[in-house]
Design a protein around this ligand. Structure first.
Ligand SMILES: *Cc1c(COP(=O)(O)O)cnc(C)c1O
Length: 383
């Protein structure tokens, strides 16, 4: 790596290994002149559906639009409530507000960073229409209690699986368990295209037809509009790229899992096991879109690593209930303490399939150096 920098993610490493195939796929679309809804889109939808254990897949313009069009397809709007987590990327709550509905937050389980299902029942009202769990960092939320509650109260389940394509809960793939599952193909996700892209999957044929209709302005046949949709189409070029990459996704996920196991073992070797929380959900498959540790002194740790040219990231510094644009929801600091603590403590370490273990070891050595120096300072102050 140039200048000895360890990046969070190195897209070039992946591109270089697949360059001939990717270039051919892109040029194939360029030559075909079928830039929108070409044969690659349909083929990609079939392949993604199969990979995700779903009957239907609808390619869309982004992960954010996947969430939005799902809410539209379920007729969720004004006066409705959707239960979700405050500790997520903005698009989750943003989509709910964009259709006019109200996000109702439930705090996270501190071990998994995912919505704590034990908090959901108390938030269900006659206005509740759906639960939107997020499978954060590549690990599935605890789906059984969520699906049970949804069934009991006749609610839809919209899985935000943007970070979790290929992850599993009790042998079931993320996105395939709820009413709909939403994926993002943003370049930093485990399966990334060359721009913005996303997909919705569902087991329900009627819902799949409606999603398809909404994706193209509700038009069928052309210029006869049954409903008001939007332009949520996926460009053919991205579908062609995704088809090439999908064949490698399992290998990449395994490399991420091995990298994560190496981080965990190395943290233990340096006496830093306290920085990782052991996964609680058994029978689940984490695909490590991110490898996230926790430290009380997070911002100083981050600065220290940065001086050694180690890049880290904070996902996410401000939980949704404290965002300026959601002020009208009337939340305050202290409403969701675990989400707020995660926002203060979480630190994502460099994570991508091609990252060499020697670099991971350097990251951990640097962390150990920080805590050693901090310990010395504390002892000196106490003396
Ligand atoms: C990335 C992401 C999205 C949005 O996906 P885009 O393709 O960037 O629009 C939604 N939810 C979560 C949890 C994400 O990480």
């Amino acid at each position: 790596m140039e200048n000895n920098t360890i990046p969070m993610l190195d897209l070039r490493a992946q591109y270089q290994t697949l360059k001939p195939e990717l270039d051919a796929a892109v040029m194939g679309v360029v030559e075909s002149m079928q830039y929108i809804n070409g044969p690659d889109v349909e083929a990609m939808e079939k392949e993604i559906a199969e990979y995700c254990q779903a009957n239907h897949c609808i390619g869309v313009s982004s992960g954010s639009d996947a969430l939005l069009v799902s809410l539209m397809a379920l007729d969720i709007g004004w006066g409705d409530e959707v239960i979700t987590t405050p500790y997520t990327f903005f698009a989750t709550a943003g989509a709910i507000v964009r259709v006019g509905a109200k996000p109702v937050f439930v705090d996270i389980d501190p071990v998994t960073f995912n919505i704590d299902p034990r908090g959901i029942a108390a938030k269900i009202t006659p206005r509740t229409r759906a639960i939107m769990p997020v499978h954060l960092f590549g690990q599935c939320a605890e789906m059984d209690p969520i699906l049970d509650l949804a069934k009991k109260h006749k609610l839809a389940v919209i899985e935000d699986a943007a970070q979790a394509i290929g992850s599993e809960y009790k042998g079931r793939r993320a996105g395939s368990m709820g009413t709909v599952g939403c994926y993002s193909f943003f370049p930093s996700k485990n399966l990334g295209c060359m721009g913005d892209g996303g997909a919705v999957v569902t087991q329900d044929k009627t819902l799949a037809d409606k999603l398809r209709l909404l994706r193209g302005h509700g038009s069928h046949p052309k210029y006869y509009h049954k409903v008001v949709g939007g332009n949520f189409r996926l460009d053919s070029i991205h579908a062609a790229v995704l088809r090439v990459k999908l064949k490698h996704l399992e290998t990449w996920s395994q490399a991420r899992q091995q990298g994560a196991a190496f981080y965990t073992a190395t943290l233990a070797k340096y006496g830093l096991s306290r920085l990782v929380e052991a996964p609680k959900i058994l029978q689940s498959r984490h695909i490590f879109n991110q490898y996230v540790i926790r430290c009380a002194d997070r911002d100083n740790v981050r600065e220290f690593l940065k001086k050694d040219k180690i890049t880290t990231e904070v996902y996410y510094p401000v939980p949704m209930h404290l965002q300026e644009c959601f002020e009208n929801l009337g939340h305050k600091v202290g409403d969701f303490p675990e989400s707020e603590r995660a926002a203060l403590e979480s630190l994502a370490l460099p994570m991508y399939p091609e990252l060499p273990n020697a670099q991971r070891e350097r990251v951990v050595r640097c962390l150990a150096a920080f805590f050693e120096a901090a310990g010395k300072m504390a002892r000196r102050a106490a003396a």
